[in-house]
Write a protein that binds this ligand. Structure first.
Ligand SMILES: [Zn+2]
Ligand SMILES: [Zn+2]
Length: 148
């Protein structure tokens, strides 16, 4: 699923469906909903159709629907909730992995155009960001007693 999401993001959302995804890269977004949210609707309908025709798991595509729904849920919480601050209760995390994800995705948003972006994955993160996040955490731990 992560490979699929990466592939879709790089070649479809930054390709033919850039019209929908563009709103997500042009800042700031003044409205609570962006055009990019259509992707949740599209994937929601797709997984619902797979569920309904999948005969409760008797057909293989039922499990594809489960995968899409599960990934979509994680994606929403991590990408929209944590990284883009749409779920305000989840502002701060000390998890190195989640901080690295955050940094990588901020890099993805550095370009506002369709091309030359990087870090298209969501749950996969380049080791260099993990390294950076670990360094950051170590610095924070060192400076914490001084601030208290
Ligand atoms: Zn993008
Ligand atoms: Zn984003």
């Amino acid at each position: 699923m992560e490979f699929w999401a990466w592939f879709m993001h790089k070649y479809v959302q930054h390709g033919p469906l850039w019209v929908l995804h563009r709103s997500h890269h042009v800042r700031p977004s003044p409205r609570p909903f962006e055009r990019n949210d259509w992707f949740f609707v599209i994937y929601g309908i797709l997984s619902a159709v797979l569920f309904m025709t999948g005969e409760n798991g008797a057909r293989w595509w039922f499990w594809v629907g489960v995968g899409i729904a599960a990934y979509g849920t994680v994606y929403f919480f991590v990408h929209d909730g944590l990284i883009h601050g749409r779920l305000p209760f989840w502002k701060k995390t000390d998890s190195v992995y989640l901080r690295a994800l955050n940094m990588a995705h901020k890099m993805h948003h550095k370009t506002q155009g369709r091309d030359h972006s990087e870090e298209f994955g969501l749950l996969w993160v380049s080791p260099k960001y993990l390294r950076l996040a670990r360094q950051q955490a170590a610095r924070k731990a060192q400076s914490a007693p001084a601030q208290a």
